[in-house]
Design a protein. Structure first.
Length: 354
């Protein structure tokens, strides 16, 4: 495809992320993104009065059968219809870009294989870290280095809660209510609070870093922030630490240890300064050492920026396509007790991140 050619795309799901993509493309004056035409929007709603109201359809087959559509954006959420439509688009020879971590985690291996079979790509930069560029750097910039650890504060909801439990002395319930009022937390926050959202994201990052297909179901230890108290946070402060929900994937010889848990983070770590709903990812290579990526981990425009980055990669044909292996059963250690622990004055034991 020529670099200056008009590119027709379809957006599946015109919610927060899909709408953000429209806004980002509308604002952009850089090629090739300014030459992108949103030809279809698949949604059950009509969006009367919207500039693209005439592009809205409920007929997915119209998109699949239109040969002028080269990129399909899946921003629907869930892992049912979103998977079905992504698979069909790839089989029809259309590139698929998604922000859907649930589909990437559950079906990523299959969808990447189908993409290769049909000469297209399945890209998912926006599935982890919102607007933070991390998947492309892992695939491209660290390609010649041996990655020994990937760790991250990967959930903005829990980071906001822990920040305000510390700064305002709120209980977890009070901080959660505030997060919900501001739109940082869902009405049902279980996946965030229990660490499941972070687990899906670290599984994706670890898989790319270690060249394996890893699912969050493979992670032997997932602990959320349900049991973190204001007392714990105050006692951690006395040690010069903050408490953060950290997801870790690290090499141990020819194996790997993966876990999600609240950690005491010392003031020498860059993670100590990550507050509010921001995210951070630390990548440690055997040659480069530690590199930290920081930014907004959610929201319409930050996530849309990551989606648009993948659109640009497809158009300019500058993506890196890698083939990963299936994760062996014994690759991930079931023993999660490695590393340093610190016991607070109230007797509660926390892992220590540095």
């Amino acid at each position: 495809m020529g670099y200056f050619a008009m590119t027709n795309i379809a957006i599946l799901g015109f919610g927060t992320v899909g709408g953000g993509v429209y806004e980002a493309i509308s604002r952009c004056n850089k090629k090739p993104l300014c030459d992108v035409n949103i030809k279809y929007i698949l949604d059950l709603r009509t969006f009367e009065g919207h500039p693209l109201a005439d592009r809205v359809t409920t007929d997915f087959d119209k998109i699949i059968n239109d040969e002028s559509i080269s990129i399909v954006l899946e921003t629907m959420g869930g892992d049912g219809v979103a998977y079905k439509f992504s698979l069909a688009a790839l089989k029809a020879g259309k590139n698929v870009v998604t922000s859907n971590k649930a589909v990437v985690d559950k079906y990523g291996r299959e969808l990447e294989a189908v993409a290769r079979e049909n000469g297209v790509v399945y890209l998912y930069e926006a599935s982890v870290g919102g607007g933070i560029p991390i998947i492309a750097p892992l695939n491209e910039c660290f390609a010649s280095d041996d990655i020994v650890r990937v760790a991250g504060i990967l959930n903005g909801t829990t980071n906001y809660i822990l920040t305000h439990m510390q700064s305002e002395g709120k209980s977890l319930a009070e901080a959660l209510k505030s997060a919900q009022e501001l739109g940082y937390a869902e009405a049902d926050p279980h996946a965030d609070i229990a660490g499941l959202d972070s687990a899906r994201k670290i599984a994706i990052l670890a898989g790319i870093a270690f060249g394996k297909y890893i699912s969050y179901n493979d992670i032997p230890y997932i602990e959320g922030i349900e049991n973190v108290t204001s007392e714990d946070i105050a006692l951690a402060e006395q040690l010069g630490c903050v408490i953060r929900l950290v997801a870790v994937a690290e090499k141990v010889g020819d194996k790997a240890r993966l876990l999600v848990a609240p950690h005491l983070v010392g003031n020498k770590s860059l993670f100590h300064a990550i507050t509010e709903a921001f995210n951070a990812v630390s990548v440690t290579g055997s040659a480069v050492g530690e590199v930290v990526f920081y930014g907004q981990g959610a929201g319409a425009l930050p996530t849309a920026a990551a989606v648009c980055g993948d659109i640009e990669r497809v158009i300019s044909n500058r993506f890196v396509s890698t083939v990963r292996e299936q994760c062996e059963k014994d690759f991930i250690l079931q023993d999660t007790e490695g590393g340093k622990f610190i016991t607070l004055q109230n007797g509660k034991k926390y892992r220590y991140f540095e």
